[in-house]
Design a binder for this molecule. Structure first.
Ligand SMILES: Nc1ncnc2c1ncn2[C@@H]1O[C@H](COP(=O)(O)OP(=O)(O)OP(=O)(O)O)[C@@H](O)[C@H]1O
Ligand SMILES: CC(=O)C(=O)O
Ligand SMILES: [K+]
Ligand SMILES: [Mg+2]
Length: 481
């Protein structure tokens, strides 16, 4: 693999055909997103099982990301319908019976919070209504901008405070399914503050899910304001531009994206940039110039991963979309390499917090100085590779890990190629076997010069972080540099 940027793609009906699923994996899928806001339990379980099976067959480590609804409101209408400007629509409040022409929503308790004049935006802002007031157990609203409304589309209330818990009953139900399937990452929609991280971890533990890393989806203005705390509390973030562009002025989204990516990177947490990246590819085999530029620019901003949603979930060209994204990423990275991968600007972030962090920086410098093709770093938890990735070295970060769960967790992180760590035989040294692990996986080849970094205690090694330079031998041996 030469591509450093990771690709997240949403599975859906469009990837249900075995050829399409194998196609997106082969085209470069690193993380498969299951959007628990759409589809049934059986669909999710089936998709996850087929993904695992196909990835294994193709010999690729693909992580599974369960995207939970969070307090994101959605309409509950049985079939598509058209809303016309000027028309009045009734939204039943909590406990009120739903009339045939009414629009019910997932959390009707929020409707009581709406004040006359508040905006109600449907389908990522495509349709707009204005709240008029409540009477007879229903909220009355006037359609300002009409259009076709499909079942299960989102409802945003950017002018109103949201008094729903961070983790809802819908999330608990989704977590139970995710626990049954076993997933590698959890993402929570509509995070409003750092406390949501522990609510989510507790809810996951309550359904018997072992420790799974958690992603905060930033899609509300208060989350952007509290970004530093949220980044600290979660294991990664997603710039969820779909809802973000509805909840705040759309023209602010590009600068918010840059700010969030910079903050996440400074904190050493992975960041995913999401939504509409290649949107026109839902219907066309080729993207627009603007879309190609958008993906490339997110990579230049320093995103770890780029994400596809409708393009792969329901679009006509899911395989082409992933392949296209991979090509754009590879091209954008050539420029990053020329300008030093932003490495020097990041090193201006002083001081280093831990010895491991200083060692990681030293290893990146060393790799550059000696012309290493890779930095090999055996890892138990995935932490040292992440410290390296933070500096965006030109060398590939090859991370032998002892279990598939840790390998898959690293699939979302920029520049890291997870490989299988062989068990240690008596007399073996991990810094030597790690190079062989990388060689066997094809991540380094004979004659390559590599930097080896053990950032934390590893069996068979001194307890101090250690960095070495070696040359790879014919059989993956570690030779004098
Ligand atoms: N599993 C699925 N089954 C059917 N339709 C889907 C599925 N996943 C996505 N879609 C369709 O693709 C669109 C875009 O996908 P996306 O995952 O961005 O969802 P979304 O509804 O915009 O919500 P979110 O804010 O959670 O991303 C959805 O609105 C929906 O119409
Ligand atoms: C991905 C997502 O939830 C959004 O962009 O709103
Ligand atoms: K979701
Ligand atoms: Mg969203």
């Amino acid at each position: 693999m030469s591509r450093r940027t990771k690709i997240v793609a949403t599975l859906g009906p469009a990837t249900d055909h075995p050829a399409a699923l194998a196609g997106v994996i082969t085209a470069g899928l690193d993380v498969a997103r299951i959007n628990f806001s759409h589809g049934s339990e059986a669909e999710h379980l089936g998709r996850i099982a087929r993904l695992r099976e196909t990835a294994d067959r193709l010999g690729r480590a693909v992580a599974i990301l369960a995207d939970l609804p969070g307090p994101k409101l959605r309409v509950k209408i049985p079939v598509a319908r058209t809303l016309t400007a000027g028309e009045t629509i009734l939204f039943p409040l909590l406990g009120c019976p739903v009339g045939e022409a009414d629009i019910a929503i997932t959390e009707p308790e929020v409707l009581s919070d709406l004040r006359p004049g508040d905006r109600m935006l449907l389908d990522d802002g495509r349709l707009r209504l204005k709240a008029l007031g409540t009477s007879g157990g229903k909220l009355k609203a006037e359609v300002v901008i009409g259009g076709e409304l499909l079942p299960n589309k989102g409802l945003n209330l950017p002018d109103s405070p949201l008094s729903i818990p961070a983790v809802t009953d819908r999330d608990r139900a989704a977590l139970a399914v995710a626990a049954k399937a076993g997933v590698d990452w959890l993402a929570l929609s509509f995070v409003r503050g750092p406390a949501a991280a522990d609510f989510l971890r507790d809810a996951a533990a309550a359904v018997g899910m072992p420790k799974v890393p958690v992603i905060a989806k930033l899609e509300r203005p208060e989350a952007v304001r509290l970004a530093a705390g949220i980044i600290g509390a979660f294991d990664a973030i997603m710039v969820a531009r779909g809802d973000l562009g509805v909840e705040m002025p759309l023209e602010q989204v590009p600068t918010v994206q840059k700010q969030l990516i910079a903050e996440a990177r400074a904190a050493g947490k992975p960041v995913i940039t999401a939504t509409e990246m290649l949107d026109s590819m839902q219907k066309n085999p080729r993207p627009t110039r603007a879309e190609v530029s958008d993906v490339a620019n997110a990579i230049c901003d320093g995103t770890d991963a780029v994400m596809l949603s409708g393009e792969t979930a329901v679009g006509q060209y899911p395989v082409e979309a992933v392949a296209c994204m991979a090509r754009i990423a590879e091209e954008a990275e050539k420029r990053l390499e020329k300008v030093g991968n932003g490495f020097l600007t990041t090193t201006a972030l002083q001081p280093r917090e831990t010895i491991e962090d200083s060692m990681a920086l030293a290893a990146c410098h060393m790799a550059q100085e000696v012309g290493a093709t890779a930095i090999v770093t055996p890892t138990i938890s995935g932490r040292t590779p992440l410290l390296l990735a933070r500096y965006r070295p030109a060398a590939l970060i090859v991370a032998p890990a002892p279990n598939p769960g840790v390998m898959r967790k690293m699939s979302v992180m920029w520049g890291i190629q997870p490989v299988r760590m062989a068990p240690l035989e008596p007399g073996d040294r991990r810094m030597v076997t790690a190079v062989r692990d990388a060689f066997i996986a094809g991540a380094v080849k004979a004659g390559d010069r590599v930097v080896v970094l053990a950032g934390h205690p590893i069996e068979g090694e001194p307890r101090l972080p250690t960095v070495r330079v070696v040359r790879v031998g014919e059989d993956g041996a570690s030779l004098e540099p």
